[in-house]
Design a protein around this ligand. Sequence first.
Ligand code: UGA
Length: 426
Amino acid sequence: MKILIIGTGYVGTTTGLVFCEMGHKVTGLDLDERKVNSLQSGKLHFYEPGLNDLLLKHLNLENITFTTDTQKAIKENDVIFLCVGTPQSPNGSADLQYVKNAASSIGSFMNQYKVVVNKSTVPVGTAELVSNIIKENQPSEVPFDVVSNPEFLREGSALKDALHPDRVVIGSTSKKATLIMKELYKEVTCPIIETNPKSAELIKYAANSFLALKISFMNELARLCDELEININDVSKGIGLDHRIGPHFLQAGIGYGGSCFPKDVQALLHTSRKNGINLSILERASEVNRTQATYFMEKLTNTVGDLNGKTIAVLGLAFKANTDDTRESPSLTVVDYLAKHNCNVKVHDPVVRLQSSAYIQYSTIEETVADADAIIICTDWDEYRNIQWHKLKDLMKQPLLFDGRNLINRDDIIGLGYHYISIANF
Ligand code: UGA
């Protein structure tokens, strides 16, 4: 089947390449010529483990091609996936301008029956909106169906998640479109949930919001554990082994970030308020997350005292390990806090290169921690898990370690003479 992917960000590119793996021919369309040229020349414009090799493989096999030619791409393909961004508007809702633009191009240029698939994270009712925009823009009536098929892959493990999903959700009111979608996904072995578009749209927001709830629940509980000197990791393990709770997304830290959880939680809250329903638990989860990095920074102030002029080494800028994404990264909240308190901020990240007047970035961990009054671990990179801490101690002004991701074994690090402060990692 010939598939068009509109939007070559990490969801679009990964989805396209995974469909190539499943035996389909894919075209990636983007208005950004630089992205298209880069992908066509075999170079990913973002960091995602394993994906570049797959890109080279399918370019060589001529299974995938990238273009900026909207008209030709729409005419030549049967199934069109919308994988464009849905950034957050100032009022918290999802900004649908890219979805709407893509839908009007599809309407303008479609020449025969197409299945239009929303993979972007979009609010309830967007399938209907897309359908209306396509109809309005058609010069003459051509049949089509709009399907909602949300994506659940994670940055940093996108390939594994997309190749081996837990489930595929197909939200459709057309039997013909559902059959085409099932044919597309015939290689996957997971359950396929067939539902209507509105339910599929809500499933995506509910999934991300529920995972965000789990994290915020653990982060708030960790504040109590800090008071009671209880190890939150043991609590995580103890409850996670109950199969009704599950072991995932129970890791306390300095809060969730990225391009999805913060934005999608706000978008669902926006939808609920608009409909007169108070999702009070989710409101609180969002508030816990908003204050979690600052909660940790208060521990720094309580330990170090006046931060003015202190040298602080921050390890990790990415919102989590294995990505170069810093959107809504709690590390940036930490860095801002330190800069506002007139610290001399030194940062390190194995992958992210981000210019800022708030800090100086160094390429080695040793240079970063040299002369530091304290180290703060902000991202759960393996590089930081495996640091030879005994070698760093003498480089610092004082051996003070703040572990915002509970990566380090407390007894070991204290044994090395460090003063260790964490998120209830006792
Ligand atoms: C998330 C979802 O997990 C995906 O299923 C979804 O497809 C994606 O959003 C999306 O909507 O596109 P992602 O944002 O890539 O994926 O990253 P996650 O691995 O979910 O992590 C999100 C944040 O939660 C990170 O800041 C991470 O450090 C934090 N986190 C995660 C915790 O603080 N504790 C945990 O136990 C797990």
